[in-house]
Design a protein. Structure first.
Lengths: 286, 350
């Protein structure tokens, strides 16, 4: 009863007063309430996220520091707003999940999680209308072949590539291939510049060769995804796989695993990696 | 103002661009840093030594200004603990003609140049983990588990130079060729700035470096990670994992999630693996419990030719007995984070 009175007063008075979590699911997520929705602070958003998970059995409390950034978007251009936020589940501020909350009806909220790597705490870099069609896409930084490697070694050097997700039938799907212009104008030129710079630096500082390989890994992944060259990076991988440098071998593993159909080469690269890591460990103990 | 050691007031120590290392304490403090200047009067010299630090993206800021006085030729010592960066020094005195003269110099406080000894790191990590609140005490725990995490996250490096791929703080390397050891910062992406995470365990750069000096005190950096995994953080990852284990075995009343009759408890070692997946962040915390339980390191399986059923309480039975198996189906990323033959946490233990 208190909830309904509070909600009614908030709407009638049109005040930008902060809503509490319990009200957030109830108030219609439409343009007439957008000011009120945008007045919700991170504490209330965290409580809301916990509450939604709690109604589905979770007892884990999502804290405000677990939320990198949150905002309201009319993602589909249909005058209904969604709550979008980046979420950290590790406790270390790795905002690796983009969560999209959709209100099916007042009190009935749906959730879609999209997993990436280091999506960050600035949604302006993530939520964009790339093709100006009135619908928002997501740019989700993603690891190359995360399932194979289980995270890069070391984590501090994790290379990523920007995957594009778009709306289809009310859900977001990975659709990078449909956005070549984004990569051609905003990603590949930057990557080429960085590769050139790093390649020059690597002449006098060989350890920077790892950075060159990681940048090429990202570029080749994009070329494969947008269909420019389905085996982009394969030649690089074959060169890297015999390296004594575990970083280069790791790049090779990522390429073989991601392209697929190169099981023998993947297996050989993994064996090389084991040997390279064993040598590194032995050297460290001396 | 530029340094003029030959002027009416000349700073003689520290010298321009001098590097002072964290070699004292537990590699988190300097020894005495001497300050001295010479002047041609007997007037007192007033000093200001201001240390500044921030990651390359501006987080974890430290600002420490220390005023003191000396006479000409007198040495004054300062020490720096759990803080480093650029120190701008200004000395000022009254000249013989009554005017004011100044001199200045900039030096840097850095991490240990030869690195923190691996044995020192290993000892600290092993001890921290084994004395942490939720360390599994059933005799199956992995004593050196945290060394694997440190290797996985940073290759055992708290401090790294720009020539080794780290940020070039203060443009020191670009301007002078001097390679200082700064806290190891994460590589920047288009969405995450460099320095959002740092150090041995690649934890989030603490905003308040006075209370949580995880940039410059490697033991604090390590402690932050151990606390999260099995220590003071409530709930820590081991605790959360134990909760999920209980839910899978015994089921949940509301919403109804069936348990698995006869499924045995996990060992301490197995709970560690569950906790590592949570530490890696591979299970979104906002998902429904039913979904979360399917994304753990282990999942229950009814081994063939077992037949599943449901008992009166609505829990699942298995004629051959439920067993835990490694969940490569739904959690390949987390499983490989734990162990993949070469670069998983388990594979990298020291």
């Amino acid at each position: 009863m208190r909830c309904i009175i509070t909600l009614a007063l908030t709407i009638i008075l049109g005040q930008a007063s902060p809503l509490i979590a319990e009200d957030l699911a109830q108030i219609p997520w439409n343009p007439s309430n957008i000011q009120t929705l945008r007045s919700v602070d991170k504490v209330a958003v965290a409580n809301f996220v916990s509450q939604i998970a709690g109604t589905n059995g979770s007892s884990l409390e999502v804290k405000p520091r677990d939320i990198g950034d949150s905002s309201w978007f009319d993602l589909a251009g249909n005058e209904l707003y969604e709550l979008v936020l980046t979420l950290d589940s590790s406790g270390r501020g790795y905002f690796n999940v983009l969560a999209v909350y959709t209100q099916r009806s007042p009190g009935n909220v749906g959730l879609q999680n999209i997993e990436g790597w280091g999506i960050g705490a600035d949604l302006s870099k993530v939520v964009k209308d790339l093709n100006a069609d009135g619908k928002y896409e997501f740019i989700i930084l993603t690891q190359v072949a995360p399932g194979t490697l289980g995270g890069w070694y070391p984590t501090s050097r994790t290379p990523t590539w920007p995957a594009v997700y778009r709306l289809k039938d009310g859900k977001y799907i990975e659709a990078s291939r449909e956005f070549p212009a984004f990569y051609d104008t905003q990603v590949l030129p930057r990557l080429d510049k960085e590769i050139t710079k790093a390649s020059k630096e690597a002449v006098s500082a060989p350890e920077i060769q790892d950075s060159v390989a990681e940048l090429m890994l990202e570029k080749d992944k994009i070329l494969r995804v947008i269909g420019r060259d389905p085996t982009a990076g394969l030649q690089h991988a074959r060169e890297w796989t015999n390296s004594e440098d575990p970083q280069l071998v790791q790049c090779a593993i990522a390429v073989f695993a991601d392209i697929g159909g190169h099981e023998e080469e993947l297996h050989a690269a993994k064996n090389t990696m084991q040997a390279a890591m064993a040598r590194q460990h032995a050297a460290a103990r001396e | 103002m530029s340094h003029n050691p030959s002027g009416p007031l000349g700073i003689t120590s520290p010298t321009a661009n001098q590097l002072i290392q964290l070699l004292n304490g537990n590699y988190n403090a300097t020894g005495n840093v001497p300050f001295s200047a010479g002047t041609n009067t007997t007037n007192s010299i007033s000093w200001s030594a201001t240390l500044q630090y921030a990651t390359s993206s501006g987080s974890g800021t430290i600002s420490d200004n220390r005023p003191f006085n000396t006479s000409s030729g007198q040495e004054h010592d300062e020490t720096y603990q759990k803080e480093c960066g650029q120190v701008k020094v200004t000395a000022q005195t009254s000249a013989s003609d009554g005017g004011t003269v100044q001199d200045c110099v900039t030096f840097y406080v850095e991490g240990a140049e030869s690195g923190i000894p691996n044995a020192t790191i290993t000892s600290d990590l092993d001890n921290s983990y084994q004395t942490s609140k939720s360390y599994p005490n059933d005799g199956t725990a992995t004593l050196n588990l945290m060394t694997g995490v440190a290797m996985k996250e940073s290759s055992y490096r708290q401090f790294v130079t720009p020539a080794e791929g780290n940020s070039d703080l203060f443009n020191l390397y670009a301007k002078t060729g001097i390679e200082a050891k700064w806290p190891d910062e994460n590589v920047a992406t288009s969405q995450v700035p460099r320095g959002a995470y740092l150090g041995l365990m690649q934890v989030q750069t603490a905003t308040n470096q006075a209370t949580d000096p995880n940039a410059w005190d490697w033991t604090t950096n390590a402690g932050d990670a151990v606390n999260l995994f099995s220590g003071a953080t409530s709930p820590n990852k081991i605790t959360i994992a134990a909760g999920y284990e209980n839910d899978i075995i015994n089921g949940v009343k509301s919403p109804k999630i069936p348990g698995h009759v006869g499924l045995v408890s996990l060992t301490g070692f197995q709970l560690e693996n569950m906790a590592l997946v949570l530490y890696a962040g591979d299970v979104p915390s906002n998902e429904s419990l039913a979904t979360v339980l399917t994304q753990q390191y282990y999942m229950p399986q009814c081994p063939a030719p077992g037949v599943q059923g449901t008992n009166k309480q609505g829990n699942l039975t298995c004629s051959t007995g439920w067993q835990w198996i490694v969940n490569t189906v739904n959690q390949s990323a987390g499983v490989n984070y734990v162990s993949n033959g070469s670069t998983g946490v388990w594979d990298l233990r020291q």
